[in-house]
Design a protein around this ligand. Structure first.
Ligand code: ATP
Ligand code: MG
Length: 387
């Protein structure tokens, strides 16, 4: 198998996700699902494998919603997908046009109402249909779409879209959807809540986090890629385990390292692998786009200098001797204050720590002590901040 970092994979090339996928199909019998995970962990490949190898009687329809900027476009998309599934020729656009023509007098309020009617009637049509297959929507990058709608049309409309989909899930007990995306849905919900529009839009969904690969799968992937690229003829356990461990078992970076070794015509030695990874972390052109972990702090935590405080929390944890070394909340509080961060009190700190945990910067051990979630990101943070 050839290295393909960032590309769509053939389902057979998606390693280590079989148990997760079986669990997702099982859950879909009773519930819709919210997949939440760090960027670049392989969420989209999980959905694509399910799309291409569906479990009967499911018929998934995959949509990347990143390019959808209005409730109207979203409703039309869903309507189109349902019509296509039901095999009807009539398309959403015709439906909308007809409605608009029939009600020319009140164009503005009609247009505002139409998307909801369209979405609801699409799902109602779907639920009434007697088909052997069952449609399930795979909606990738849902938070992006909601953010676009929020920015273009205001928080009220973004909340309405979420609430309409939620009502449909509740009223139509057979309607199923999987939401995912590279930013957490909780960010959108927090912004809506801050605008005075709290919504319980995800409470009825089964929430699951996609993790990096299990070591055994990451090592198998590393071995198959190294062989596929002609870098290694016989798989050596020490080499594949070094490669997998150096990149925290993220399949994306495993593809990258193998592609890089191939391009630079390097042999697969432990030293070359370690050196290659380190060079990616310090390369000014940031080939793995790790600066995202720094720049998104301001987007994620826009209030009260929270982004700066979060950066100091990361500094404090990055400075510990080992990736697994952790600190208690009180220890973090005194350390960040000692480094000049104006964290008011324990409560303020706790709120930030919870948010940073939800955003996969940090995690807690069983004693409630915090450490970096991913050693690779910790390593990059130390280098990036000159710690
Ligand atoms: N299970 C896997 N086995 C092998 N390679 C994988 C696997 N999952 C992901 N990859 C590799 O990682 C890349 C990124 O995967 P994917 O696009 O699914 O991530 P994502 O979590 O959806 O990212 P984003 O947060 O940017 O949307 C893929 O193009 C592929 O190279
Ligand atoms: Mg994706």
């Amino acid at each position: 198998m050839k290295a393909n970092p960032g590309g769509n994979l053939d389902p057979r090339q998606v390693y280590g996700r079989d148990a997760l996928i079986e669990m997702l199909w099982d859950r879909l019998d009773s519930q819709s699902i919210l997949i939440n995970a760090e960027r670049r962990i392989g969420k989209t490949q999980v959905l694509r494998k399910m799309l291409l190898e569906p479990r009967p009687p499911w018929k998934p329809v995959f949509r990347d919603l990143e390019k959808i900027h209005s409730a109207q476009e979203f409703a039309e998309l869903v309507y189109d997908d349902v019509q296509q599934f039901l095999g009807k020729a009539e398309k959403a656009r015709n439906f909308v046009r007809r409605l608009l023509e029939e009600n020319e007098t009140d164009y503005v309020s009609l247009k505002a109402r139409t998307w909801k009617q369209l979405l609801t009637s699409a799902v109602e049509d779907l639920m009434k249909a007697r088909q052997q297959q069952r449609l399930v929507f795979f909606w990738d990058e849902v938070p992006y779409m909601l953010e676009s709608i929020r920015k273009n049309d205001g928080p009220k409309l973004a909340a309405e879209v979420l609430d309409t989909v939620r009502s449909l899930r509740i009223e139509q007990s057979a309607f199923r959807v999987i939401f995912t995306g590279s930013i957490g849905l909780h960010h959108v919900l927090n912004r809506l809540s801050a605008a005075g529009i709290p919504t319980s839009a995800k409470n009825d969904m089964f929430q699951v986090t996609v993790t990096p690969l299990a070591p055994i799968d990451a090592e198998r992937l590393a071995g198959d890629l190294l062989q596929g690229e002609g870098i290694l003829t016989d798989v050596r356990p020490d080499i594949v385990s070094t490669l997998a461990e150096e990149v925290d078992y993220f399949p994306y970076y495993i593809h990258h390292v193998v592609a890089g070794l191939r391009i630079e015509q390097l042999s697969a030695t432990e030293a070359n692998i370690r050196d290659y990874v380190t060079r990616q972390l310090v390369d000014a052109s940031d080939p793995w786009q790790l600066a995202h972990y720094r720049t998104r702090l301001t987007a994620y935590y826009p209030d009260n200098n929270d982004a700066d405080k979060a950066a100091v929390i990361l500094d404090v944890l990055a400075l510990l001797g080992n990736p697994s070394d952790s600190l208690s909340v009180d220890e973090i509080l005194s350390s960040v204050q000692a480094r000049g961060a104006h964290v008011k009190d324990r409560n303020e700190l706790l709120q930030l720590l919870r948010a940073m945990d939800a955003d996969h910067y940090l995690t807690r051990d069983l004693d409630g002590r915090y450490h970096f979630r991913f050693p690779l990101i910790r390593r990059w943070w130390r280098l990036d901040r000159g710690l």
